[in-house]
Design a protein around this ligand. Sequence first.
Ligand SMILES: Nc1nc2c(c(=O)[nH]1)N[C@H]1C(S)=C(S)[C@@H](COP(=O)(O)O)O[C@H]1N2
Ligand SMILES: [Mo]
Length: 239
Amino acid sequence: MGDDAGRRARSLIERKQAFAARQAARGKGAFDGLAPMGSGPPNRHGMPRLPVGQREVKSWPVLDLGDTPDIPTERWQLEIDGLCEAPRTYSWEEFMALPQTLDVSDFHCVTTWSRLDNHWIGVRFAALAERARPLADARFVLIEASDIAPGTQTPYTTNLPLEEAMLPDVLLVHTWEGKPLPREHGGPVRMITPQLYSWKGAKWIRRITFSAADQPGFWEVRGYSNTAYPWFDDRYGRR
Ligand SMILES: Nc1nc2c(c(=O)[nH]1)N[C@H]1C(S)=C(S)[C@@H](COP(=O)(O)O)O[C@H]1N2
Ligand SMILES: [Mo]
């Protein structure tokens, strides 16, 4: 990771600490402390390797709403829209022609398991944003997936600040441990957000929308935290 990325990551930690301090000052108690919580040596963001309340698993559990779309790469599409200068749709071939990033990162599920040292290949969210050129007032992204939540007619969605999505380890991955990303884990392509709980990483990703206003996604409207910082035990909505 380059110096730029390191600087960006540090500024994010500072922002999170400022947020924690603000909440504490208001008596909200959103976080138990100001320092990132967890155990183990620091990771690349300076956070303890295992976030507070997490345990390491060696398997990779499957966690979703039960609808597992089957999307052959010939039919796969990724739409980029909303507040950007160059909205577009990528086919599989166009997506695979983008710069590819190999990375190793951790996966933290809010249900308390973490899978460390996953080997990924994919395209940085930042590489897509660079090409889409978000407008100055685009501050958030809404991510839409291809699975439909049971009892609804709506797809799985999740939201995050553009600033979080731009971190260099946020990828749209198609390869895991040297093999195509398994369908049950979101293949052919899913997003990963190693610095946030993994519901922020949509399996079967199909659309990225840049927006000025934050729009809560599937779990966010159901009581899960909008911010989802693993090292602040930030699992559910602010108390
Ligand atoms: N499209 C979609 N993405 C999703 C989910 C989902 O139900 N649908 N579940 C989320 C949750 S809660 C987690 S923990 C991870 C789980 O990914 P995995 O099944 O590959 O472990 O995917 C996230 N992304
Ligand atoms: Mo999860």
